[in-house]
Write a protein that binds this ligand. Structure first.
Ligand code: FMN
Length: 232
């Protein structure tokens, strides 16, 4: 299994350690894992130039930082996005990376490989907000075309992994084990469900009448999607 992980932080706290538990359960000798840590691998802030949408992703001023991560995500069977909960949202550095993926949303130029991948989104919070983070991360994956995403949101009651109580760590390990088994069974065997198909159809209709972005429209024509071909 090929796995790509976008860590929403550099430090190895509760979120990293929870993700690490998943990686230990999911991987074997044949697994390939590519990990990116934000902000080390975060591009500069999106400057709103619209180049990615209208002229192509290679004309983004941050393309050299963005595209290596994008390539790894395209190759992966499982995409993991994770972030600690910061004021009821994901970390700013991960959000900055995700902003650069706008051109890959179904409303623009989704990559056909996304429609057969599994997503896993992970967040921890001291008290409340981890669910909100996983919901936002899942939403991004949905609009990239990823048909199935599992969420793991955990209230850890601590500001560091060391301070997380032993019972809580045991509970996390048991939940992670169960979810990882489920993901292992399903990976490489996912197909878009009704929600993804419906959204794709709406986007197809929008592209048919698209007279505002030639780059997007040409992409859809070249893929044959406007004429009824599907990316899955
Ligand atoms: C800037 C900042 C904002 C935070 N906001 C929240 C919050 O909204 N809700 C919450 O329960 N915990 C919040 N926390 C606590 C962390 O989400 C929590 O400790 C989390 O488990 C940290 O994960 P980490 O160890 O991977 O950094 C915040 C922490 C920081 C540093």
């Amino acid at each position: 299994m090929k796995i790509v992980v976008l860590h929403g932080q550099m430090h190895k706290g509760s979120t990293y350690n929870t993700t690490k538990l998943f990686l230990d359960k999911l991987s074997d000798n044949n697994s390939e894992i590519a990990e990116f840590f934000m902000p080390k691998h975060t591009p500069g802030f999106c400057i709103g130039c619209f180049n990615c949408f209208t002229k192509g992703e290679d004309t983004c001023p941050h393309t050299e930082t963005v595209q290596p991560v994008v390539k790894k995500m395209e190759e992966a069977d499982l995409i993991i996005l994770e972030s600690p909960c910061y004021v009821f949202g994901m970390s700013g550095q991960l959000k900055t990376f995700l902003d650069h993926m706008g051109y890959r949303w179904m409303s623009h130029r989704p990559h056909e490989k996304m429609f057969s991948k599994i997503g896993l989104v992970i967040s921890t919070a001291a008290g409340a907000g981890a669910k909100k983070v996983t919901k936002d991360l899942k939403n991004n994956l949905f609009y990239w075309g990823v048909p199935k995403t599992y969420c793991y949101a955990k209230t850890v009651g601590a500001s560091s992994w060391e301070a997380v109580k032993t019972d809580k760590k045991k509970q996390i390990e048991s939940e992670v084990t169960k979810l990882a088994e489920k993901i292992s069974r399903e990976v490489c065997n996912v197909k878009p469900g009704i929600k993804t198909k419906a959204m794709f159809k709406i986007m197809k209709m929008s592209q048919k009448s698209n007279d505002w972005n030639a780059t997007d429209k040409e992409y859809w024509i070249k893929k044959g999607w406007i004429n009824g071909k599907n990316p899955w």
